[in-house]
Write a protein that binds this ligand. Structure first.
Ligand SMILES: Cc1ncc(COP(=O)(O)O)c(C=O)c1O
Length: 416
């Protein structure tokens, strides 16, 4: 355990615009590592109080009833989820038995999409990536993996790679972006794997350009390391990179994808790569406790998500640029990155998070308009930040609608 990282405990808050504090916050820890100290100035503040069950239920109910939703998607009920299951496959067919049937269908679909020899279903991305890192260390004999301090492994997994797999991390950079080729070349110590998170979520969903990505992949291979893509959001990275999913995954030795974020599945992940990696992954998935008896609900909703959401993502990404640009016209708004490379970006307002969360709920309950929730205070007093997700509901909003929704929200914040 290297003990690094401001741990703020945010696992998967995509579906309905959820705040980082919502899912059982992990303990905040500030470490003595010098890299950590440099980084902490820009890391998220992680002591915002968890949302009460009552507030969460009020918010879900209010969002469901909204006519207009700027950020996020309308929260699904369990009955909505059942409809997804129906859309994902033949419910009269046999369920899976330890990963056959619909789970195999999903694995094959992912391998086709990513152009890999194989893909292996995992109950979580956290587990899938630990197995990918273990493969790297087993095949090179080095215990060190190159991670970003803002990457999911450092920020949101309680350092499982260290505790469970006995690995160490090296940080090629602390800049709020993925590492460059030069930074990989300059690492100066052997690493078994270089992990690139596409996009780097906790830096604001930032992406490298295609040329930067090809260069960093080549630099990793040149120092004898494998390349692993944390592709939890690879689906929405493809439009900006300007290449197909298989061309992107072709730069890596392994790629993890998620089914429950942008695709809207129940849960689950896949690890894609060679058949040799897949065999290893199946063995270690079992050892890590991920050989689940039946996973057909997750598999079917993932298949439904691939059918329904994947084709819509380029529109979300395109519209996110309009939403981000339009929002900057509102008083006090700051947006990053601008233009956003994916359909998600960060937005700051000069108000405390509590005032912004209260205003969002009141606007939704009283006017059936949802601006954005999940506000968190930053380390600049009086400035709060949230992540905006431009998905299906926002496609209905023109620039004029966006301004109107934003003005209504700001009026609420001002108490008018
Ligand atoms: C970038 C990234 N990587 C990995 C994960 C882990 O996925 P899971 O929640 O399936 O363990 C997440 C989840 O939020 C993520 O955002």
């Amino acid at each position: 355990m290297d003990g690094r990282g401001l741990v703020s405990g945010v696992a998967g808050r995509e579906a309905f615009d959820e705040a980082p504090g919502d899912r059982g916050r992990e303990q905040c820890r500030t470490m003595s590592d010098p890299q950590e100290t440099r980084w902490s100035a820009v890391a998220l503040i992680c002591d915002d109080p968890p949302m009460s069950d009552n507030t969460r239920q009020r918010r879900l109910a209010a969002m469901r009833a909204c006519d207009r939703i700027l950020s996020g998607v309308r929260p699904a009920t369990m009955r909505d989820r059942l409809a997804d299951l129906d859309a994902g496959g033949d419910l009269d067919a046999d369920p899976d038995f330890y990963g056959d049937g619909p789970v195999t269908t999903l694995e094959n679909r992912v391998a086709d999409l990513l152009g890999t020899e194989a893909a292996v279903f995992f109950p979580t991305g956290t587990m899938a990536q630990q197995v990918a890192l273990r493969y790297g260390t087993d095949h090179t004999g080095h215990p060190t993996v190159a991670l970003h301090p803002l990457g999911h492994q450092e920020m949101h997994e309680r350092h499982a790679y260290a505790h469970v797999s006995g690995l160490r991390s090296a940080w090629p950079t602390t800049a709020p972006r993925n590492p460059t080729a030069d930074e990989i070349t300059a690492l100066g110590e052997p690493v078994h794997t270089v992990v690139i998170e596409l996009p780097l979520r906790d830096a604001g969903f930032v992406l490298p350009t295609w040329d930067e990505l090809t260069a960093v992949s080549a630099a990793a291979h040149a120092i004898g390391a494998r390349v692993h893509f944390d592709g939890a959001r690879i689906w929405e990275s493809a439009p900006y990179l300007g290449h197909s999913l298989s061309e992107i995954a072709g730069l890596a030795d392994s790629t993890y994808v998620s089914f429950y974020k942008t695709l809207g599945g129940i849960s689950g992940a896949a690890l894609a790569g060679t058949t040799e990696l897949a065999s290893f992954a199946r063995v270690w998935r079992h050892r890590y406790g991920g050989n689940v008896f039946q996973q057909w609900p997750a598999a079917l909703t993932a298949l439904a998500g691939l059918d329904r959401e994947l084709p819509r993502i380029p529109d979300y990404v395109r519209h996110a640029r309009t939403v981000a640009k339009t929002l900057t016209a509102l008083p006090g708004v700051r947006v990053h990155p601008e233009p956003p490379p994916t359909h998600r970006f960060r937005l700051w307002l000069p108000h405390p998070s509590q005032a912004l969360n209260d205003a969002a709920l009141a606007l939704a309950e009283e006017e059936q308009v949802w601006f954005a929730g999940g506000w968190q205070d930053t380390d600049v007093p009086g400035i709060a930040m949230t992540e905006i997700t431009v998905a299906g509901p926002a496609l209905q909003l023109t620039a004029a609608d966006i301004i109107e929704v934003g003005e209504r929200f700001l009026s609420r914040v001002a108490g008018r």
